[in-house]
Design a protein. Sequence first.
Length: 233
Amino acid sequence: MIRRAGIALAITLFGLMFAGLVLHHVERRTLPPLGKRYVELVPQELGAANVVTGILLTYRGFDTLGEVAVLFMVAAGVGLVLDKRGRRNEGQRRGTRSPPRQASEIVRTGAQILLPLLAIFAAYIIMHGHLSAGGGFQGGAVLASGLVLSLFADPQQRLDQRFLSRTESAAGVLFVLVGVAGLLFAGGFLDSRVLPLGQFGAFFSAGSIPVLSVLLGIKVGCELSVIIDRFRT
């Protein structure tokens, strides 16, 4: 009885908190001075139509590199913990673990149809991050969602984690090298002007931002895929 009362009280408090946020929300009609400055600066200085991607991969590109490094440490930590636990319990599970249940025909057929579409959609999001909403993080998450669907369709399949880890590491190294090239040949680390800015709004534009977006998408997609597969095993 006391537990139910506590749960009800917690739900009521959360409801009041969110209700207060909704009732007191006022839509901003104008940009703050800093936001207005970035909206003007990114297209002029970086040649990127997507202001958010321009900020993430240039002005705060070092923070973005740190975020994907944290994601890498998460993948490594998950693998370390689950690998130790798996080895410790392997003898107990051997011979007693039932094989994974096969997916239904609907799931398998749906995966065959949706997986190519997800791959194309992820590539589009990654490669058009400098032009429209999207980028490396979003595209990498879509790639990982395709992996989840593939595992639902075929629970017995095994991913090549070594290949994924090497691909992720290579993408990270290339990301840093592009940043160093900006330091040597442009105005600073991860300066996108290391490559020609091109025509504003064109597919080949915004300097090295599209290259960084592709590398970031590959890195995030591989890291999330490794995490998902390690949790599954």
